[in-house]
Design a protein around this ligand. Structure first.
Ligand SMILES: NC(=O)c1ccc[n+]([C@@H]2O[C@H](COP(=O)([O-])OP(=O)(O)OC[C@H]3O[C@@H](n4cnc5c(N)ncnc54)[C@H](O)[C@@H]3O)[C@@H](O)[C@H]2O)c1
Length: 246
């Protein structure tokens, strides 16, 4: 893939899988995550990768990530934004501080990294942005034992609305904005589930299992590629069929 893509959350899980698959397919990748050392260990060093420590809830970190990508690789074609904060607090234990922390990273952070990328992409008249919402928005999950609670699910609902707002605003400038909506995926984010919870959840999936991070990354890479050139404002569900019935 002859593109330069900024991937957030690249130190772990789905973001790491996106970075690895893009590198394997010949793309140039800026990998962005607060866990800089972990990212450097897992993704290694080459001419095709730039690793940057940073926090998407900080506007300057987002602007710097875009500027440094353009300085290093000469441009920016795509953004795949996977970085996120998790919160399992239930409605009766969730404090305002926790709610605000999760919204700052997941909702405001999605906006800030998209805004930084779009500022460059609108000038060049093309680009593709992929944000990450969650299948939990469909179910209204309630938290506890590692499951997303009201702070997390609200933040992911905001990402879905943001995707549509940005798609409408940026489409006339040639910039597409879509979301992926993963079902439960085997990553550290869901490592707190109990065995009982895992078994019960898997029953909701017609495929009878959770996703591997690479299966989600494939959807994000499709959306960021020119193959999805007429898609914008969409939410791609990749959830093993867990979004209907049952
Ligand atoms: N794993 C699932 O079941 C699942 C389901 C639905 C949606 N998602 C979403 O997929 C995305 C990737 O999740 P994952 O399962 O790979 O999780 P993960 O915990 O494996 O990885 C998340 C990454 O985000 C990074 N991150 C945290 N705060 C950040 C910040 N402020 N700025 C930049 N990066 C930050 C972390 O350091 C980590 O590397 C997230 O947006 C998550 O909400 C995951």
């Amino acid at each position: 893939m002859n593109k330069t893509v900024l991937v957030t959350g690249a130190a772990s899980g789905i973001g790491q899988a996106c970075a690895e698959l893009l590198l394997a397919r010949g793309a140039k990748v800026t990998a962005f995550d607060p866990q800089l050392e972990r990212m450097q260990d897992t993704l290694g060093k080459s001419d095709s990768i730039l690793t940057l420590g940073g926090d998407v809830s900080q506007k300057q970190d987002c602007v710097d990530a875009v500027t440094r990508t353009i300085d290093h690789f000469g441009g920016l074609d795509g953004l795949i934004h996977c970085g996120a904060a998790h919160s399992s607090a239930r409605w009766d234990e969730l404090e305002a501080d926790e709610m605000n922390r999760v919204l700052a990273v997941n909702a405001t952070g999605s906006f800030l990294i998209a805004q930084a990328a779009a500022t460059h992409m609108t000038k060049q008249g093309k680009g593709s942005i992929v944000l990450t919402t969650s299948g939990s928005v469909l179910f209204g999950v309630t938290g506890g034992n590692g499951q997303g609670g009201p702070a997390y699910v609200s933040s992911k609902g905001a990402v879905l609305a943001l995707t549509r707002s940005l798609a409408r605003a940026l489409g006339p400038s040639g910039v597409r904005v879509n979301a992926i909506s993963p079902g439960i995926t085997d990553t550290p984010m869901v490592a707190g589930y109990t065995d009982e919870q895992n078994a019960a959840m898997k029953q909701r999936f017609p495929l009878g299992r959770f996703a591997d991070p690479e299966e989600i990354a494939e959807g994000a890479i499709y959306l960021v590629s020119d193959k999805a050139s007429f898609m914008t404002g969409e939410n791609m569900h990749i959830n093993g069929g867990s979004g209907f019935g049952g």
